[in-house]
Design a protein around this ligand. Sequence first.
Ligand code: AMP
Ligand code: MG
Length: 317
Amino acid sequence: MWVEREVFVMGTTLRIGVRAPSRAEGVGAIQEAFHAVRRADSLLSTWREDSEIARLNRAPVGRPVALPLELYRLLRDLERWSRETGGAFDPGIGALVDAWDLRGRGRIPSRIELAEARSRAGMARFAFADRSHSVTKRHEDAWIDTGAFGKGAALGAARTALQRRGIESAFLNFGGQVLALGAGRGAEWVVPVAHPARRDQPAMRIRLRDRSASTSSQSERYVEPEGRRLGHILDPRTGEPVPAWGSVTVVAEDPTLADILSTALLVLGPEAALVWARPHDDVGVLVLEELEGRVVARWNHGLSPFLVSDSTHNRGG
Ligand code: AMP
Ligand code: MG
């Protein structure tokens, strides 16, 4: 039977549906998954003071902070993905988030302020020690923003919890990032991809099985200081908010990777994102742009198996 539950966590809604032999087993497995997500939150939340990442973020400069091994490994992975995306993805952007006041009402920093913030931002502002799995801050204002990968990491933890309980078919929607496990009502789950500017309208559909899909766009969240609309995604290479050019959806087996890459490829922009995606066809990449009122879709080979054909009046890359 199909069992569904919803919870509010990490500032958004997490809905989990599972196929289970009985209601009790389904509910038990979902509770286990919720527990795993709360644990991920206790490691990764930058909105509470008692998380492990918050402890690192407020540590004094020069003092090593020993982290739980799984968090240390995750940060190491993130550092690698930062390099592999040419610095487009960089969770060490905290000082830039502050400079633009993206967590408040928004503000436009002066050139000097922006240059200073850039010198305090980036994963290079953190030193890693593999033996003690500790991390040391190199600048007082440096902090790690988990917004681009936290939901993905939590979805990964939820999936592990469900599988441990023997669940083989499940569908998870965590504030828009989805994870499909096993078969849906048919052979796969069919999921809408939102219009790049009007997030409540579906633009295309993809089908998923044992995959996660994450979409990033600047229309999702923004502030508007001095009448200028600033999206929540920054280009760490310039320190500026990325222009609202469209959206990137990434389909991957690993939900953390899908989350990381959708943010990174949005930063790269449509052309560079597709150039990056071409040889990386172990992941599916869908780039949507709104041009003269029309949605133009382009994608890499990795996405083709997931496309629902009725939605393809555009071209693959
Ligand atoms: P997402 O919605 O997954 O694309 O993540 C966006 C969030 O990630 C933002 O709200 C910031 O918290 C954070 N972020 C913004 N720009 C970057 C970036 N270039 N690299 C890593 N994290 C970022
Ligand atoms: Mg992301």
